[in-house]
Write a protein that binds this ligand. Structure first.
Ligand code: NAP
Length: 276
């Protein structure tokens, strides 16, 4: 019988922590700025949800819509100097002509609430993290919340993006896990997944992890949040039956996503106030 690892309770705890930081602050909170690329309905919906959630904990949020890399980069430069802005989140997908590396170079580390800047990733890889990428941090927090002992565990991560797979690798390495990372050049995904005691998936491909790839002893943490071209979704990177096969599974929706938003609010609150 699979244990469902829901994110709701943990998300509530993290949001309360964020709200506490704001309410204890001796200075008025500075705003969380969200940079949104024009024309993506799902990103727009998620941004609206973040703004509403931020306001509920007393964190002001403002959205700036951009339609090109040039507009994005000049907005980041302006926000970097603006003392009214505490945190900056660049929502995905980025404008088509925007290079992620340019963005990393421009984001001021102290306002970089999604932990993507060169400095914040460098800190993470040196085991001195400040702001960590929210989804990777959320995945680790879920595992710790459920008292999963990671030291010595065999972990397979599917996905190596800058936002999720790679930072998760660094986080799990710091927890002393033994890690295999898979990507599109991995020759036999099922073979790399089979020995895992813990499987973390962030591939952006609905259902690529099928029930036959997992077993009843495997913990499966699914960050996937996918919509099919006909609008069906959100769907995890795991086939729904994985939620009946593994030892534990984070359902989509209701698992990693809820915790990711809460972690973002926590980082936003810290950046807004300089608080911990
Ligand atoms: P991404 O930038 O597109 O990266 C996907 C990664 O998966 C890449 O490293 C890619 O390999 C790998 N990959 C793709 N297909 C694969 C396959 N068939 N076999 C093995 N590896 C494969 O995506 P992302 O931003 O990391 O996001 C991943 C998923 O997490 C998406 O569904 C996204 O919506 C979701 N997400 C969820 C949250 C949340 O809060 N729940 C937040 C962020 C993202 P290559 O490097 O070789 O291309």
């Amino acid at each position: 019988m699979t244990e469902l690892w829901l994110g709701k309770e943990l998300a509530k705890e993290i949001r309360a922590e964020a709200q506490g930081i704001i309410s204890r602050s001796s200075i008025p909170p500075r705003a969380l700025a969200i940079l949104l690329s024009a024309g993506n309905a799902e990103a727009q919906d998620y941004t609206n949800f973040i703004v509403k959630s931020a306001e509920q904990i007393g964190l002001p949020a403002q959205v700036v819509t951009v339609d090109s890399a040039k507009a994005l980069f000049s907005a980041i430069k302006e926000m970097a100097k603006n003392p009214q802005i505490g945190g900056i989140l660049v929502q995905r997908p980025y404008p088509e002509d925007a290079e992620e590396n340019q963005l990393q170079a421009l984001l001021p580390p102290e306002k970089d609430v999604d932990g993507l800047s060169f400095e914040n990733l460098g800190r993470l890889f040196s085991y001195q993290p400040k702001y960590m990428p929210c989804t990777a941090e959320a995945m680790l927090r879920i595992m710790k919340y459920h008292r999963l002992e990671l030291a010595g565990k065999k972990v397979t991560i599917v996905g190596r993006s800058l936002a999720v797979g790679r930072p998760l690798w660094a986080l799990l390495l710091a927890e002393h896990a033994t890690i295999t990372v898979c990507h599109t050049r991995t020759k036999n995904l099922a073979k790399e997944v089979a020995p895992a005691e813990v499987l973390c998936v962030a591939a952006g491909k609905a259902g690529i992890i099928t029930p036959d790839m997992v077993n009843a002893n495997m913990i499966v943490v699914d960050a996937g949040y996918n919509y099919l071209p006909d609008g069906t979704g959100p769907l995890g990177d795991c086939h729904p039956q994985v939620g009946e096969t593994a030892a534990a599974y984070t359902p989509v929706p209701g698992g990693v996503g809820a915790v990711t938003t809460a972690v973002l609010l926590l980082h936003g609150a810290q950046a807004a106030t300089g608080g911990k």
